[in-house]
Design a protein around this ligand. Structure first.
Ligand code: HEC
Length: 355
């Protein structure tokens, strides 16, 4: 609400800056507030918050483009370098909301994230594993659409990477896989100077060739050397090598994940999205599960998940709550070490009153 109000007043100031001098010129100055209007049009608009948003979005756009230049679509080194840069790009990190929504834009003029189908992400996870699947060139363009600032970046998809370099087999859906190849732009949706989410543009270049891949029905798999795939979903890949919390985080997720399987959480919370939840919330990959690390505790504690009545057995419910809390805590520590904002107010509700 506060955000909205601030934005409205910004818009008002901006519009007033444009209209009032014209009104004055037309001799409508018998209206008292108008005659007190101070600023000439150029000054008012060049200082306006709307212009600040545009300038900020342009800077962010340029920094993303510079981080991930064009390369061969299967170049693993270029992909890794881009992912590293995006993970540590402070200008981007400092202007991302705590939960980022990502999906395909339904129609060219539809910019409101809630009106499109999206998935929710922890910002670092989205930067490193999703944004890095694109290469950028050219210049950013920025437009104001109602209360939103839309930053557009021309994109090319890294279509030929190893299967484990994608956050999950996008090719499980022919349409999604095609859209990743053929969307011509990435749209970053900003509100009040913060990125709330991003979309692959509805505008497509249908001439772009789509790499053929067939899905074998597996969200996860293991390759010959024992490496778990997709490797980009592992905490070792998400966090820097020096991060001391990676092992404890991994262990706490594994323990929680086994328990979640007992309650079918991942039947619904996986990319197949059988229940068509929007935004989709994913729990079957280590990196993606971070998004819900606090909310899972609450949902289990309050018997909201799994639907319809949670886990009826008190002791079993408490077992999951304890595992979920350990995961949430380890997730906070690992993210904080990387300099990611960890919202103290989102802190896991204490289980003390349940013990
Ligand atoms: C039958 C499908 C299904 C199962 C099984 C399921 N969920 Fe959900 N979950 C949903 C849907 C659908 C939503 C979206 C919100 C809603 O409609 O309540 C959701 C929402 C959530 C949320 C976010 C709620 C919010 O308001 O932010 C969390 C956290 C969650 N589920 C955790 C779990 C956990 C943990 C389990 C297993 C113990 C689980 N879910 C099992 C379908 C399911």
């Amino acid at each position: 609400m506060l955000k909205r109000t601030r934005l409205r007043s910004r818009l008002l100031i901006f519009v007033a800056g444009l209209i009032l001098p014209v009104a004055l010129f037309l001799g409508c100055s018998n209206n008292a507030p108008v005659s007190q209007s101070p600023a000439p049009v150029e000054q008012a608009s060049s200082d306006s918050p709307a212009d600040e948003d545009v300038a900020l979005a342009t800077e962010i756009g340029k920094s993303i483009i510079a981080s991930c230049p064009m390369a061969e679509p299967g170049d693993a080194n270029a992909h890794a370098a881009c992912a590293d840069k995006l993970a540590s790009l402070e200008l981007l990190r400092d202007h991302m909301s705590q939960e980022i929504r990502w999906g395909g834009q339904k129609e060219p003029e539809l910019y409101a994230l809630r009106e499109n189908n999206t998935t929710s992400f922890a910002p670092l996870v989205w930067r490193r594993t999703y944004l890095s699947t694109f290469m950028f060139s050219g210049e950013p363009t920025v437009e104001q659409k109602d209360n939103l600032t839309v930053l557009r970046l021309p994109i090319q998809f890294r279509s030929d990477l190893d299967p484990g370099a994608f956050p999950y087999p996008f090719w499980h859906s022919e349409n999604k896989w095609k859209a990743y190849h053929q969307s011509t732009e990435l749209l970053l949706i900003m509100e009040d100077g913060m990125i709330e989410g991003a979309m692959r543009s509805a505008i497509k270049d249908t001439e772009r060739k789509v790499v053929e891949r067939e899905w074998d029905g597996k969200w996860q798999w293991t390759v010959a050397n024992g490496q778990q795939e997709p490797k980009v979903t592992l905490y070792q890949n998400l966090f820097s090598a020096a991060n001391p919390h990676v092992n404890s985080l991994d262990e706490s997720y594994r323990a929680f994940e086994v328990a979640m399987r007992d309650h079918s959480c991942e039947v619904c919370h996986s990319p197949s999205n059988a229940n068509e939840m929007n935004p989709l919330l994913i729990l079957n990959y280590p990196n993606q599960a971070l998004t819900l690390r606090h909310e899972t505790v609450r949902q289990i504690q309050e018997n909201l998940m799994p639907p319809p009545n949670g886990i009826p057995d008190e002791a079993e419910r408490q077992r999951l709550v304890t595992l979920a809390e350990a995961f949430a805590k380890a997730g906070d520590e690992a993210l904080a070490y990387e300099g990611e904002p960890v919202d103290a107010t989102a802190a896991t509700p204490s289980s003390a009153n349940h013990s």
